[in-house]
Design a protein around this ligand. Structure first.
Ligand code: CUA
Length: 315
């Protein structure tokens, strides 16, 4: 289903860059179809017209025909030159040179994506927000192994290489949510390295970015589950991997959780981000996403309720 989905997505480009790739694919497929038809038709014609029949002797033999040889050399040469010109044009349109400073730095991890907006300082996981109609320059990196960043509707693929930043542009013509994948095998949970690109009008994008820059709101003090969850989060080893701005947690091994509850998906797309799914995730992450590096803490029911209550306040 996912494969079929990505094929359909490739067929509906939603920005100028992927559209140039799509147009090239369409034109070259048309040229290939014409060649295929002509060759097949000629072979069938020759089979029927010149087949051996009772009483026939061998046909007359020819050695060399300059006119024919020039023709069948010239035609492929013209086709190759035309395809080369079209490809060079599509490459220029699909892959403009990167600007000196990227708008978003994307880092592939086993098995999730971190997105940093260096100009504002916003940090998210598995969810990029972009303003509609404005090309965004991405710098794509990896924290561990090779990954590959691909949003079929919005741009070409780009490999995330450890120690070697690559560049790509993405842009969306229309507001909407677009699905992205990792398309380089990178270990057990390669299939669950999804992310979303949320394209929204300028105002909404700015509002989202401003909200992401706020430090996490501390839950009301006192005898309530969220406050207990906040304390629990700091007492356990959660801060050894995660960041929550405004608290002592500032590690970068796992996703930044400062605005965790504002995200739509959990575990890089493995489930929707709902309180019930979060509870299942915390109860045993390995059951929801086998192989994930988040350990099973064997929380009891009370601890689960407190942590869920706290994390749900992180809008
Ligand atoms: Cu990351 Cu496949």
């Amino acid at each position: 289903m996912i494969l079929l989905g990505s094929i359909l997505r490739v067929l509906s480009p939603a920005a100028p860059q992927p559209r140039s790739i799509y147009d090239l694919a369409l034109i070259s497929s048309a040229i290939f179809a014409v060649i295929f038809f002509l060759v097949t038709a000629t072979v069938f014609y020759a089979l029927m017209r010149f087949r051996w029949r009772e009483g026939m002797s061998d046909p007359q033999q020819y050695a060399g025909n300059r006119k024919l040889e020039i023709t069948w050399t010239a035609i492929p040469c013209v086709i190759v030159v035309v395809l080369f010109a079209l490809t060079a044009r599509a490459m220029r349109l699909a892959d403009p040179p990167p600007p000196p400073a990227a708008d978003i730095i994307v880092t592939g991890h086993q098995w999730w994506w971190e997105m940093r907006y260096p100009k504002s300082g916003a940090v998210v996981a598995n969810e990029i927000h972009v303003p509609v109609g404005r090309p965004m320059a991405l710098q794509v990196e990896s924290a561990d192994v090779l990954h590959e960043f691909w949003v079929p509707e919005l741009g070409r693929k780009i490999t995330a290489v450890p120690g070697h930043p690559n560049h790509i542009w993405i842009e969306a013509d229309q507001a909407g949510t677009y699905l992205g994948f990792c398309t380089e095998y990178c270990g057990t949970e390669h299939a669950w390295m999804h992310f979303l690109v949320v394209a929204e009008p300028d105002q909404d994008f700015e509002a989202w970015q401003t909200a992401q820059l706020q430090t996490a709101m501390a839950p009301e003090r006192g005898d309530n589950p969220a406050a207990k969850g906040a304390a629990l989060f700091q007492q356990l080893s959660c801060p050894a991997c995660h960041t929550i701005h405004g608290t002592a947690a500032n590690a970068r091994t796992g996703p930044d959780l400062t605005h965790f509850a504002s995200r739509r998906q959990l575990g890089a797309g493995v489930v929707e981000n709902t309180p019930a799914n979060l509870r299942r995730w915390l109860a045993n992450p390995q059951k929801v996403k086998p192989g994930v590096f988040m350990p099973d803490f064997k929380f009891n029911d009370e601890q689960l309720s407190q942590l869920v209550a706290y994390l749900e306040t992180l809008k």
